[in-house]
Design a binder for this molecule. Structure first.
Ligand code: BG6
Length: 481
């Protein structure tokens, strides 16, 4: 591993994301020697914390993965804390002083990664202060990593983006979608373009339908206030789901260069058939969870902490996406995501056309299905028809499966390393974001204009029955159920 030198300044350093994801990811990079002596972290947030307290928090966050106590302490010693009001110029001046000291102490050569894990309303303020108060160095690289949500609709994310662009160039901006750091999402490209077998059949002639499921069994937990503003459409569909959709639909890029990949992804998003009030109710279903008959501890969504008792925010979305691309005409791509579903399951199913002949009548053969298991278990499985062992000549479905055995790097670990090496392939370019917001806005507006129903579904189920009907109307059914 080649050792990287950098100072990280994390806005939102006391937050849940930093604790659960960022510190453990940095520790893993440290253990693999991508970071060693030459890195330091400044955590900043509103709260008044001391350095020792902050280091204790960092140390706690890696308890389950630490190699030894000593090692964890050494790692935590690279962390400093500064309490910070994002609007106060004075704070940036002291941040600069601390940054320069650490740069000197750890020999960081002016490399800086600014990590914004705060409300989008602060993105503009923070980036303009970083520029104005000279936190951006002349000698090293300066990169701005931005967490979601990146705005709440196209217009507002455009304003947000322009605010940031006054201080950082698109080249320096790394918009996170942590799904792009997942092993199996990256494997999709290898699968699609590394196998002549799939390349030839990845189109309307052979594919019957595609299904993308991002199911969660959790409720909204402590994030009610955030979730009330977002709902499932903005929380999961705008980003993770549409990123997956663009990988599934896109043409083969000219090369494996990040610009070439981005180009075809943007085109794929541009080709999505826009939703309007006349087609919305045939194509999209929204739902909200209610309590469970079997588990009395589970609350209705509207009874959750910081949720409006009259809330009409959706915790579930199922939809039928269509592309206007020549290759995909008439192939529905069904998506589904929700809280409080049966299980945590992220899965893509490619269902191939059932090409039964007189040799095998259609009722005897199952469809060939390629399933890509993204999480929590990773792997692939291909459903084929095979002869049943025995004297009779009967067929039955079998599954060829693959499970990656290696200890795959986790999403945040991979993305932070990419940001350190300046590889933008797995970050979201503004052009992708703009297209995905436009599509999402069309759904939201259509829901309002068509006065679409919000269906309640019982917790621990896979959403309202209307989500099944969406497929049944096309003579299809959900592969994972
Ligand atoms: C986040 C959403 O982006 O993704 C959460 O805000 C959701 O609501 C999470 O729980 C799911 O991510 P993963 O990696 O656990 O599938």
């Amino acid at each position: 591993a080649q050792n990287k030198k950098a100072l990280f300044i994390i806005f939102g350093g006391t937050g849940d994301l930093a604790y659960r994801k960022l510190y453990p990811a940095l520790y893993k990079l440290y253990k693999k020697n991508y970071l060693n002596e030459n890195f330091a972290v400044i955590g900043t947030a509103r709260r008044e914390w001391s350095d020792p307290y902050y280091q204790e928090v960092v140390y706690d966050s890696i308890q389950e993965i630490k190699k030894s106590d000593e090692d964890a302490k050494e790692f935590a010693s690279h962390f400093r804390y500064q309490s910070h009001n994002v609007n106060d110029t004075e704070n940036y001046i002291s941040l600069l002083k601390l940054a320069d000291e650490l740069d000197e102490e750890y020999d960081l050569e002016g490399n800086r990664v600014f990590y914004l894990s705060v409300s989008p309303s602060f993105f503009g303020t923070v980036s303009s202060h970083l520029r104005a108060e000279n936190l951006i160095t002349e000698n090293g690289f300066n990169r701005l990593i931005i967490e979601k949500p990146f705005g709440s609709d196209f217009v507002n994310s455009d304003v947000l983006n322009n605010d940031i662009l006054e201080s950082f160039s698109e080249e320096q901006i790394y918009r996170i979608d942590h799904y792009l750091g997942k092993e199996m999402i990256q494997m999709l490209l290898a699968l699609r373009f590394g196998n002549p077998l799939f390349k030839k059949i990845w189109n309307k002639d052979f594919v019957s339908n595609i299904q993308v499921t991002l199911a969660e069994d959790m409720g909204v937990e402590e994030r009610g206030a955030y979730y009330e503003q977002s709902g499932a459409l903005r929380d999961m569909v705008q980003n993770h789901v549409l990123q997956i959709v663009s990988f599934l639909y896109m043409d083969e890029p000219k090369s494996n260069d990040s610009n070439a990949i981005r180009k075809v992804k943007v085109e794929a998003l541009r080709d999505l058939k826009i939703i309007n009030k006349d087609n919305i109710n045939h194509n999209f279903v929204r739902g909200q969870y209610s309590s469970s008959k079997d588990n009395l501890d589970i609350l209705d969504y509207v009874s959750e902490h910081e949720v409006d008792p009259d809330s009409t925010v959706e915790t579930f979305v199922a939809g039928k996406i269509e592309s206007t691309h020549e290759n995909w005409k008439g192939v529905p791509l069904y998506i589904r995501t929700g809280k409080r579903m049966k299980a945590k399951k992220t899965q893509i199913d490619i269902v191939f056309k059932n090409d039964a002949t007189t040799f095998f009548p259609a009722q005897e053969v199952k469809e060939n299905v390629l399933s890509i298991h993204i999480g929590p278990d990773e792997g692939l499985s291909l459903q084929l028809n095979n002869k049943k062992i025995g004297h009779a000549f009967e067929i039955e479905p079998i599954h060829l499966t693959y499970q990656p055995s290696a200890d795959a790097p986790e999403d945040y670990e991979r993305l932070i390393l990419s940001a350190l090496t300046g590889d933008k392939t797995n970050f979201v370019h503004w052009d992708e974001l703009a297209e995905s917001w436009k599509y999402i806005d069309s759904i939201r507006e259509a829901w309002t204009n068509a006065d679409s129903p919000l269906y309640l579904y019982e917790a621990n189920t896979n959403g309202p029955k209307e989500a099944n009907e969406l497929l049944e109307n096309d003579n299809n059914y959900w592969i994972w159920n």
